[in-house]
Write a protein that binds this ligand. Structure first.
Ligand SMILES: [Zn+2]
Length: 128
């Protein structure tokens, strides 16, 4: 269970940008049941030394943020429960996954920001 409280716009961006499917089993999911998985588990935030070691092991910079679009992927609850707190070992597949996440992070930020702007416009129109 994630401790980070995702905004609805963050959830929407993760869902949309990553193809509306579970990143592990590739089965289509819906937004209401989607679970957001942390590729590097969130519990690492409790231990700065373990967190630094995990980042270094995967070749990630110290500035890598575990609670960012660079580390979030959509999953179904079955896969998320199976993965649980497992840390991926360094492998070509994990490197590809992290590179894809980094490449899509800007798009996810843009989608999230667009939804926020659309809401602000809608709220402003409601006030008028
Ligand atoms: Zn799945």
């Amino acid at each position: 269970m994630s401790r980070y409280k995702f905004s609805s716009t963050e959830r929407w961006a993760i869902f949309l940008v990553h193809g509306m499917k579970c990143y592990l089993c590739k089965v289509p999911i819906d937004l209401s049941t989607m679970v957001v998985d942390h590729v590097l588990p969130e519990y690492l935030l409790d231990s700065p030394s373990a967190c630094s070691a995990a980042k270094a092991k995967l070749g990630l910079p110290a500035s890598f943020d575990l609670n960012s679009f660079e580390n979030w992927l959509p999953a179904c609850s079955v896969c998320n429960g199976t993965k649980s707190s497992v840390q991926f070992e360094p492998s070509p597949l994990i490197q590809v996954l992290l590179q894809k996440l980094a490449a899509k992070a800007d798009e996810a930020h843009r989608v999230s920001a667009e939804v926020v702007r659309a809401r602000q416009v809608a709220n402003a129109l409601n006030v008028l």
